[in-house]
Write a protein that binds this ligand. Structure first.
Ligand SMILES: Nc1ncnc2c1ncn2[C@@H]1O[C@H](COP(=O)(O)OP(=O)(O)OP(=O)(O)O)[C@@H](O)[C@H]1O
Ligand SMILES: [Mg+2]
Length: 471
């Protein structure tokens, strides 16, 4: 797949490495493309070479101790390299680009290949922040390359309009020299939907797939309308070009205002929670790359706390591994994970002060609704979005009890409201910070403090303003 550097982009995860893999499909490669159900995870972040756990070599007793400065500082070296290898192995910033490092997404990959490559549909890949959308899209792009398509990848930004979304692809698309000439002329003015669709249909010579990541950042409604119109036109005229839009959303409407007739030609791929055994495999593979092992109960606690999110699994794994490293051990214990989770929560609270303060306050004030607030965190992590109805239904199923769930669900929704945003159809609510539910659950599991949480400076100021203009 070819990743395009649009120059104007500032992607959230710094994904702008250029050409990844330009293999083209042969019949054998196509046959090769089957996605096995369970293969060992080979993460593309190897351990740094300097850290070894080889048995120490015996030194004869009568041999003098080396007194040189470099020998005296020698023990420090492996420790810092070991930290480096932990950061590299559990890296949360790099999307997966190699299919062998992608945990728990085989059925999603198969569905995408079937819909886009075989059935020639456009597609929307959506999910919460850090759920693995980019990783899935990029590995899909490589599979599409191997199936004989040209997969091109780019990221959108907030100011993007129709022109800036598609212009970068034009120079990369496989076109005849007349087509390239036509594209060059077209690029002297802003791109227009119908002329672009005509160019793509008439001049593109190979099956091509345009992947636009971070599409949720596009603000302009006009741009979104034009993209939907382009997809419809390309569908109607059997274009060799398919478009894949990738972004944060709880449903397809959150990303694209699709014409009803376009919907039939649009595959939607939700990026959901990864099953716990797959997350455990991922954690073990990361730990092995950092030359660590993990106790069974520690592994269980880590994977449970991540609630299906590969981002949180890596983050919590990294914090816990650093605790193991500080203890100069190579086996991660339950105690390390408990400490690691507290440290991860602390780091998150530094970055998300307002949300953390809100969670702290509502958990302290919630009383018996506390368990419903915790359930809201679990539901958000598993289903992207929550609602009063969902909480009541799942409250009955998960927590038992009767009508108490209704009062508690209403209370939980009201208390959480400042941290939620409505989905486009207005029926459901997502956490504005979609990484927050895992941290909310960690907070809900902590003992209730005896005293109310200390107010943040902003809360103190708000208290001082009480009474002004209805505050
Ligand atoms: N299936 C997976 N197997 C292993 N690691 C994964 C998987 N999916 C995602 N990750 C890891 O989780 C982190 C987040 O992944 P990625 O960037 O793909 O998520 P995203 O949904 O695109 O995030 P964002 O919403 O910020 O764009 C990365 O460190 C990535 O390596
Ligand atoms: Mg992404």
């Amino acid at each position: 797949m070819t990743a395009i550097d649009q120059g104007f982009m500032s992607p959230r995860t710094g994904l702008l490495d250029r050409v990844l893999n330009l293999t083209r499909g042969s019949a054998e490669k196509r046959a090769d493309r089957a996605i096995p159900d369970s293969v060992p995870l080979h993460l593309d972040v190897p351990a740094l070479p300097g850290f070894r756990q080889d048995a120490p070599t015996e030194r004869p007793a009568d041999e003098p101790r080396p007194l040189s400065i470099s020998a005296m500082t020698a023990p420090i070296k492996p420790i810092s390299l070991r930290r480096d290898s932990i950061y590299a192995a559990f890296n949360t910033a790099m999307p997966v680009t190699d299919r062998h490092g992608l945990a728990g997404r085989n059925s999603e990959l198969e569905k995408l290949v079937e819909a886009i490559v075989v059935q020639r549909k456009h597609a929307v890949i959506f999910g919460t922040r850090g759920s693995g959308k980019t990783s899935l899209a990029r590995v899909f792009g490589d599979l599409a390359d191997e199936a004989g398509c040209v997969a091109l990848y780019a990221s959108a930004n907030g100011e993007a309009d129709f022109d800036s979304l598609f212009r970068p692809f034009l120079t990369e698309l496989p076109m005849s020299s007349t087509g390239q000439e036509r594209a060059r002329k077209m690029m002297s003015e802003p791109l227009d939907v119908s002329r672009l669709s005509a160019l793509l249909v008439e001049e593109v010579r190979e099956r091509s797939i345009l992947i636009i990541d971070e599409y949720d950042r596009v603000q302009s409604d006009t741009a979104k309308q034009e993209v939907a119109t382009l997809l419809k036109l390309l569908t109607d005229i059997h274009s060799p070009v398919q478009v894949v839009l990738v972004g944060i959303a709880s449903d397809i409407d959150g990303l694209i205002a699709a014409h009803p007739s376009l919907r039939r030609h649009l595959a939607s791929q939700r990026v959901t929670a990864i099953p716990k055994p797959e997350l455990e495999r991922l954690l073990l593979a990361c730990a092995a790359n950092a030359r660590l092992s993990i106790d069974e109960d520690a592994l269980d606690m880590l994977a449970s706390a991540a609630m299906g999110s590969p981002y949180h699994a890596r983050l919590f794994g990294m914090s816990s591994a650093l605790v193991t490293e500080v203890g100069l051990r190579d086996r991660m214990t339950l105690g390390d994970v408990e400490e690691g989770l507290v440290s991860a929560l602390h780091d998150w609270s530094d970055m998300s002060t307002a949300t953390h303060a809100l969670f702290q306050r509502i958990l302290w004030e919630a009383g018996s609704s506390r368990r419903m607030i915790a359930l809201a965190a679990v539901v958000a992590s598993q289903m992207s979005a929550i609602s009063y109805e969902r909480l009541v239904k799942l409250g009955h199923e998960v927590l038992g009890g009767g009508s108490i769930n209704e009062a508690q669900a209403r209370d939980a929704m009201t208390r959480l409201a400042p941290a939620l945003v409505a989905t486009p159809n207005g029926e459901l609510w997502m956490f504005e910070d979609t990484l927050a539910p895992q941290f909310l659950l960690l907070m809900a599991k902590q003992p209730v403090p005896a005293a109310p949480p200390v107010q943040t400076p902003a809360e103190e100021m708000r208290a001082l303003l009480k009474g002004v203009d209805g505050l």
